[in-house]
Design a protein around this ligand. Structure first.
Ligand code: NAD
Length: 288
């Protein structure tokens, strides 16, 4: 029903290149937001245990399935909150991951997840992510999740995983938008068969959407700046998960087919990069 392109992951699974993110959406509001997204044609939803809206998100998914949307046409991602206040080492740490996973799956009302991510690398806790990853590999082997990946990982942590784990991460979800295009990390991903997924793909809807160079490109194509930015993600081979709770914007953000950014547009977008993050530096992030 929709023309959303897909990206094939290194384990053979396919992920829609445009999805719907629900960070900062309260649980009760997640149901109407995800309902509006599915009605608009989104088939991929990105949540996380720490967003505390897996139940509200799950209610909209359950509704969609009851209403005739096929499970295999929906792509659901959630993330392990690998809190820095907990011990993730040893067998006990791996059991904790399995319990967290089961709790997320139950809230979502699903019996299988499409993609499970380690939310942050937290390198100040040593290599605890390697032990967590072993539990992720078990979840995949048991068929409870189709694909496993990471979020906010840098090349150092990815290299450790690629060298030491049995299953390579399918994807790394990182902050990425025209101000912070992650050129080097993307090249590393490409070299190692890891898909790139952009969080805050619209720069959280702030200055980026009023950036004069982008406004000019939007006017040229008769589109909005948000649509130009999402088109840029798609043409870059990046998976994007924009968030909105406004039905008209939810639809607008999906309506990005039917125009193509040319070389001049792409050069103008590359020129707005500042190299500044909006979110925290993942190598230092260790909130609770
Ligand atoms: P975003 O870049 O998607 O921006 C969302 C904001 O932009 C909205 O709240 C709204 O204010 C505005 N907006 C959206 N559509 C618009 C439109 N068409 N026109 C004008 N304004 C518009 O930011 P985000 O929510 O931070 O990121 C998207 C998703 O990425 C999140 O919901 C979450 O799922 C994920 N995420 C993951 C992490 C992580 O650590 N893995 C961190 C942040 C976000």
């Amino acid at each position: 029903m929709s023309s959303i392109p897909t990206v094939t992951l290194n384990d053979g699974a396919q992920i829609p290149q445009l999805g719907f993110g629900v960070w900062q959406v309260p649980d009760a509001e997640a149901t109407p937001a995800v309902r509006a997204a599915i009605e608009a044609g989104y088939r991929s939803i990105d949540t996380a245990a720490i967003y505390e809206n897996e139940a509200g998100t799950g209610a909209a998914i359950t509704e969609a399935l009851a209403g005739g949307v096929a499970r295999e046409d929906l792509y659901v991602t959630t993330k392990l909150w690998n809190s820095g206040t907990r011990d993730w080492s040893g067998e006990q740490g791996r059991d904790a991951v399995l319990r967290e996973f089961d709790a997320s799956l139950a809230k979502l009302g699903l019996d299988q997840l499409d993609l499970y991510l380690i939310h942050w690398p937290r390198p100040m806790h040593g290599d605890s992510y390697l032990n967590i990853w072993k539990a992720f590999e078990q979840l995949k082997a048991d068929g409870k999740v189709k694909s496993i990946g990471v979020s906010n990982f840098g090349t150092e942590q990815l290299t450790r995983l690629l060298d030491e784990a049995s299953v390579a991460p399918a994807l790394n979800q990182v902050e990425l938008h025209p101000y912070f295009p992650q050129t080097e990390l993307r090249a590393f991903h490409a070299e190692h068969g890891i898909a790139t997924e952009a969080w805050s793909p619209l720069g959280q809807g702030k200055e980026l959407l009023a950036e004069p160079a982008l406004v000019k490109i939007a006017e040229k194509h008769g589109r909005t700046v948000a649509q130009v930015v999402l088109r840029w993600h798609l043409q870059s081979g990046v998976i994007a998960i924009p968030k909105s709770v406004t039905p008209s914007r939810i639809r607008e953000n999906l309506d990005v087919a039917g125009f193509e950014l040319d070389a001049e547009d792409l050069a103008a977008i590359a020129a707005v990069a500042t190299g500044k993050r909006i979110g925290p530096d993942p190598q230092e992030f260790d909130w609770n």
